[in-house]
Write a protein that binds this ligand. Structure first.
Ligand code: SF4
Length: 255
């Protein structure tokens, strides 16, 4: 059996790597590089590769979109979204499938998925056969809390990805199309520039603040610059789109 551990540089998959070091005699860690992670995450992935994986981390990239997210958005002519999540498939699933195809052994894929992350993940099981990957999929951290993941890192004297201390609730693509985080202006404007389409969902801010116009639908369009102008010109009826916190870490890691 070949044991493959999926690593993203986030707290869950870092804890998963440490769980694997304790629980498996041998395993291979794999990182799917979308070309769109935060530079801090790339540095952290390499740090874990050197400190916890003996430099043996396998990094996979899309053969079709060697330029990663930017090339994907350019060629697709649009930014992915929650409803059109072609990014995960093209930049993570297909590269993994292409790599797995050459393994002449039965495979178990380990994912750092936790039930408390979402309703969909709460419905997942600890171990099941995946026809997609033609492999077993195992989720040993399914019942773990975020605190348990940070606790496992503490046990191994491994620091978490610094992005958590800067206020990130999750790490991965920066920004991820599923999590509209206005903090990351330039990268959002860059994706809009490449694709000519908008990053934020249509109703993200009130229409009167939207400067774009779609002649076909006759509706206004929200560009990223509209969102940033809206956020920065705070007045009483604008709900703060940026979370106000004393400790930047959503996991109170400052303490
Ligand atoms: S993390 Fe977000 S942007 Fe990146 S591949 Fe997944 S869904 Fe797409």
């Amino acid at each position: 059996m070949k044991h493959i551990v999926c690593f993203s540089g986030g707290k869950d998959s870092t804890a998963l790597i440490l769980w694997a070091k304790e629980s498996l005699t041998e395993f291979t860690a794999v990182f799917c590089d979308t070309g769109w992670e935060h530079p801090i995450t790339y540095a952290y992935v390499e740090e874990i590769n050197q400190t916890a994986l003996g430099g043996k981390l396998i990094t996979l990239k899309s053969a079709k979109y060697a330029g990663g997210m930017r090339e994907l958005v350019q060629i697709k002519g649009r930014v992915p979204s929650a409803k059109a999540r072609f990014c995960t498939e093209e930049l993570k699933v297909f590269p993994m499938l292409a790599w797995l195809k050459d393994i002449e052994d039965e495979v178990t894929l380990y994912q750092g998925i936790r039930a408390e992350e979402s309703a969909a993940r709460a419905r997942m099981v600890k171990r099941e056969w995946s026809d997609t990957y033609d492999a077993w999929v195992e989720r040993p951290l399914l019942e773990w809390t975020a605190e348990m993941c940070f606790g496992k890192m503490k046990e191994h004297r491994i620091k978490p990805n610094p992005l958590y201390l800067l206020g990130a609730g999750r790490v991965g693509c920066f920004p991820c199309v599923l999590h509209s985080c206005p903090e990351i202006k330039d990268r959002v404007v860059e994706l809009e520039g490449i694709s000519g389409t908008t990053f934020f969902p249509p109703n993200y801010i009130p229409p009167r603040f939207q400067t774009g116009f779609d002649a076909k639908s006759g509706k206004s369009i929200v560009w990223a610059k509209d969102v940033f102008r809206y956020i920065e010109s705070v007045d009483e009826d604008q709900l703060p789109l940026l979370p106000q916190r004393s400790c930047m870490s959503v996991y109170n890691l400052c303490e």
